[in-house]
Design a protein around this ligand. Structure first.
Ligand code: ADP
Ligand code: MG
Length: 346
């Protein structure tokens, strides 16, 4: 490895301490200023600049939705794109820019067909935005919880394999997703695309935007949290602590997505957050007695939801297990690829 490669991989680790940008001017509109005031090697700063999309080049159309970060727009930049505009408080521009750049550097080194295509970012505070390809499909959340689409076992396995492939790639690159959930998984013509990996620290800065419950927890989030993450929530508001996310906590979240695919609902459905935090923190799991599935299928849940992070499989092992699940023979020729049925197709 060359020196520049080493520093590149260090500086793109999502968990490291933020890089300082010693620019005097917090309105860093001039990329030279960023480069000059930067502690990163020159080569890295240059490659960073390649991803900087000037705000004026972006055409913004309608709002697609709002989330933890702020508002997501359909936009135009050399074609259709999704623009995630971060709704941050502008009091601490330097800190925000540093964190944002860290997360962008995580994003830009991903190239996998099951991961959303990162196209660039606006890095001129207070204008911070992430530009990705626009997914024309629907999220797994929409399929499962809104449309109540049923996925048969072959489709369920196929979707899970694609998620595992994307996640295995992220983990191999040293990236922890930190927010794997059915809302961050798109399905487009049977192809799975994962979004929002490694962006969690920036979302912390935006927490104020979001409707939260009495514990300061955004809705629909708890059931993806591993026991060790859950326990660190206990005493604090989620945005006040560095939560102990890890590859193993991503696997726990995958377990929850597997459960959603199988059952069409979330674990601990209808229970108050305090009860979920207490149970999961103590190592209790959603009972599976009513789940009509084979032993192998339930075993995957139990493995992913293991109390101790070290007992959870990695995505390579999960792919192995998923691959060995018995496949129902389709009426078509066995060599025909498995696709989502019409009902679950976008
Ligand atoms: P969340 O993941 O909690 O739903 P987000 O801020 O990530 O919040 O997304 C808000 C909305 O924008 C969601 O409805 C999501 O489906 C949509 N969205 C996000 N990214 C894209 C994308 N790349 N293509 C199409 N829609 C997107
Ligand atoms: Mg999202």
């Amino acid at each position: 490895r060359t020196a520049s490669q080493t520093s590149e991989s260090t500086s793109t680790d999502s968990d490291r301490t933020p890089v300082r940008v010693d620019s005097q001017d917090s309105q860093v509109s001039d990329s030279e200023t960023i480069t000059d005031g930067h502690r990163w090697p020159r080569q890295n700063s240059l490659s960073m600049r390649e991803w900087d999309i000037p705000w004026d080049e972006l055409k913004m159309h309608e709002i697609i939705g709002t989330g933890r970060f702020g508002i997501v727009y359909r936009g135009q930049w050399h074609g259709d794109v999704a623009v995630k505009v971060l709704n941050v408080s502008y009091q601490n521009d330097k800190e925000i820019l540093e964190q944002f750049k860290n997360e962008v550097s995580t994003f830009r080194k991903t190239r996998h067909e099951n991961l959303i295509l990162f196209m660039g970012a606006c890095m001129q505070p207070p204008k911070l935005a992430i530009v990705t390809s626009l997914s024309k499909g629907m999220t797994l959340y929409t399929h499962i919880h809104l449309r109540k689409d049923k996925f048969n076992m072959n489709k369920t396995t196929n979707v899970a394999q694609q998620i595992s492939q994307g996640m295995g790639y992220l983990h191999a690159k040293g990236i922890i997703h930190k927010d794997l959930k059915s809302k961050n998984i798109f399905v487009e013509n049977g192809k799975v695309v994962i979004t929002d990996f490694g962006l969690f620290s920036v979302t912390k800065l935006c927490f104020g935007n979001r409707k939260c419950d009495s514990l300061g927890i955004p809705p629909g989030w708890l059931c993806y949290l591993a026991p060790e993450v859950m326990r660190s929530l206990h005493a604090h508001q989620p945005h006040e602590v560095e939560l102990p996310f890890s590859k193993a906590s991503d696997v726990y979240a995958f377990g929850t997505v597997w459960y959603e695919l199988l059952c069409g609902e979330w674990p601990f459905k209808g229970q108050p957050p305090e009860a979920v935090i207490w149970q999961v923190g103590k190592g209790m799991k959603q009972p599976l007695a009513n789940l009509q599935a084979s032993r192998d299928v339930k075993d995957i849940l139990m493995l992913c939801w293991s109390y101790r992070p070290g007992d959870r499989p990695d995505f390579i092992r999960l792919l192995n297990i998923l691959d060995k699940l018995p496949k129902k023979r389709l009426a078509r020729s066995p060599s025909h690829p498995i696709h989502l049925s019409k009902s679950a197709e976008s």
